[in-house]
Write a protein that binds this ligand. Structure first.
Ligand code: HSE
Length: 298
């Protein structure tokens, strides 16, 4: 009657795939307990580690849970406890982890009436509350694991993408908060055909590289000439971190989600850890507090 779960952090966009690509981190995430209750409806009974609203309609977990229960009537209610480890506004899918965890937990307690892919649209309602836009590039990898592609939003079509065995992510989070809604409001609504061609070439290249285990192709494809030039000015030391990642052997790097976290992908754990050390050195020099993570992608 109760499920305890780990809801992972995620890197969205992966440079070229704004709002469509995302990947799950295996060792960074929130913990949640979802339990059945005799009282119908959804209640957030406890939040540890963050100052977030307990009111169901104002909480991303609550809203995602209600979206699920709108479609599948249950003869009981649900209580949700959230132990936040992912900081809000960090760029590694904090709201997505809460939204995905809630629908995953309720679905499990109901005997899994929905597939993981079918849960994405409910979790997206949490994202809508958090950022004003129902993007799926964090909730999809949180629910399906590994890399995911949102092939289409309307109709929703989520594809899980295979990835090579030795791929590791390094993520550094400078301790500033950047709201996704703010980081979205600075973006242009139109792009040139030239930029679009560069971007979809890289998305295709990244997906092909992941499937064929071509690490160099993965690295060559980690480019973003649409969003990164605009958002990177909001992130302290961005150019230096990117440069040092490359110099220390990373395949490529960029903004994690809407920032301020910066990610790098590397072949092998050793390289990913070397990249982590080099990134830390930059922020140490800048006297900026940070958090660092190295995760295997699987
Ligand atoms: N694709 C979204 C954005 C992800 O970049 O705004 C937010 O985590």
């Amino acid at each position: 009657n109760e499920i305890k779960l780990f809801s992972p952090a995620t890197i969205a966009n992966l440079s070229c795939g704004f709002d469509v690509l995302g990947v799950c981190l295996d060792n960074v995430g929130d913990e949640m307990i979802v339990r059945k209750s005799d009282v119908k409806g959804v209640r957030i009974t406890k939040i540890v580690g963050a100052d977030l609203p307990l009111e169901t309609e104002k909480n991303v977990s609550g809203v995602a849970a209600l979206a699920l229960l709108d479609e599948m009537e249950a003869d009981c209610g649900f209580e949700i406890e959230i132990y936040k480890k992912i900081k809000a506004g960090s760029g590694i899918g904090s709201s997505a982890a809460s939204s995905a965890g809630a629908v995953f937990g309720i679905n499990a307690l109901l005997g899994n009436p929905f597939s993981a892919a079918a849960l994405v649209k409910f979790a997206m309602q949490g994202e809508k509350l958090a950022s004003g836009s129902a993007h799926a590039d964090n909730v999809a990898p949180a629910l399906l694991g590994g890399f995911t592609l949102v092939r289409s939003y309307d109709p929703l079509d989520i594809i899980r993408i295979e990835s090579p065995p030795e791929l590791y992510a390094t993520v550094i989070h400078p301790q500033i908060e950047l709201k996704t809604s703010d980081a979205r409001s600075v973006l242009k609504q139109n792009i040139s055909l030239k930029s679009a061609i560069a971007q979809w070439g890289n998305v295709g290249g990244l997906v092909a590289g992941l499937y064929t285990k071509d690490y160099d192709l993965i690295g060559r494809s980690l480019h973003d000439e649409i969003v990164e030039p605009i958002r990177s000015v909001l992130i302290p030391g961005f150019d230096r971190i990117k440069k040092t990642a490359k110099e220390n052997g990373a395949l490529g790097s960029g903004i994690s989600g809407s920032g301020p976290s910066i990610f790098a992908l590397s072949k092998g754990k050793e390289t990913a850890e070397k990249v982590a050390g080099a990134m830390c050195k930059i922020y140490d020099e800048m006297k900026l507090p940070y958090e660092i993570h190295v995760s295997k992608i699987n």
